[in-house]
Write a protein that binds this ligand. Structure first.
Ligand code: SF4
Length: 190
């Protein structure tokens, strides 16, 4: 499939998802358009997430039923490597959750799963752009997102937080300002 085809599938799926009915409280959930973007991206073959986004089939079905009832969703079947740090990344996110809603739990699982990808985290998640990921992080994990004061690349930032919590120090320099790897951690995510 070429890039134009992917964009057409993405746009059609996104429109169908956002047009789905449902209870007003769920329609206004600010995570709804972000989840719709990830699902549309997965349907278009973007990102690295499996067809249940890392939630497992039962929880993903629950998500669809609650946020996008009645919308036919056809996702790309694919496997994703289960990384050994998956549970720790999930815990890091949940320890900093900004609200008690189930959508923060979904997001923690999905974001941790996407860390297995090889691209920038917003791309691995199948989102449309980095701004959507920044919004996701502030919306669901604000105490953690607020610590990213230098606007570090999100995947680098999560791993740096995880390593610091585990007492692992892998950075080659004592501070970011004097580090030769600075562009790798803070450069544009495009
Ligand atoms: S810029 Fe260097 S010191 Fe800062 S997080 Fe990246 S690797 Fe570590």
């Amino acid at each position: 499939m070429n890039a134009l085809g992917r964009m057409e599938i993405r746009a059609a799926m996104l429109s169908d998802l956002l047009d789905a009915g449902g209870a007003p409280a769920l329609l206004n959930d600010p995570n709804r358009p972000l989840l719709a973007s990830m699902i549309a991206g997965q349907a278009a073959g973007q990102g690295c997430l499996p067809a249940h986004l890392g939630l497992g089939p039962a929880r993903f079905s629950e998500l669809l039923a609650r946020l996008f009832p009645g919308t036919p969703v056809f996702l790309v079947r694919r496997e994703i490597e289960e990384i050994p740090e998956l549970d720790d990344l999930r815990k890091l996110l949940l320890d900093h959750r900004a609200h008690p809603g189930v959508s923060a739990e979904w997001m923690a699982d999905i974001v941790a799963t996407a860390c297995a990808g090889r691209d920038h985290l917003w791309q691995d998640l199948g989102l449309a752009n980095r701004d959507e990921l920044s919004r996701l992080m502030r919306l669901n994990f604000k105490p953690l997102a607020d610590q990213n004061v230098g606007d570090m690349k999100w995947k680098k930032f999560l791993y740096k937080q995880f390593c610091a919590a585990e007492g692992i120090y892998v950075c080659p320099a004592p501070s970011c300002g004097e580090c030769a790897d600075h562009p790798k951690c803070f450069g544009p995510e495009t």
